[in-house]
Design a binder for this molecule. Structure first.
Ligand SMILES: [Zn+2]
Length: 89
């Protein structure tokens, strides 16, 4: 079996090691709203599609920016303290 590169989950202080192609660990993904997680997957697939189709740099850059915005939103949601969320802070 090929060795897969791994990295630490990027959410503050999380000790979980995850595959290089994963954004964060499962525990943290669970904190991300479904609609946000869906946007990450959708924009990532769209980015890969335009990149593989050899579309112009502008189109690829736009798709990449849309993915990065969705990804950042997911990282922010995952980093939120769920206790505060419940308290309405
Ligand atoms: Zn994590």
């Amino acid at each position: 079996m090929a060795r897969v590169d791994r990295h630490r989950c990027p959410i503050g202080g999380c000790p979980h090691m995850i595959d290089a192609d994963k954004l964060m660990c499962r525990l943290h993904w669970r904190r991300v709203r479904t609609i946000t997680a869906h946007a990450v997957n959708k924009t990532w697939r769209a980015f890969l599609r335009v990149e593989r189709a050899g579309r112009s740099d502008d189109v690829v850059a736009l798709a990449r920016a849309q993915y990065e915005r969705a990804r950042d939103a997911a990282l922010i949601e995952a980093a939120r303290d769920p206790g505060k969320e419940l308290a309405g802070v």
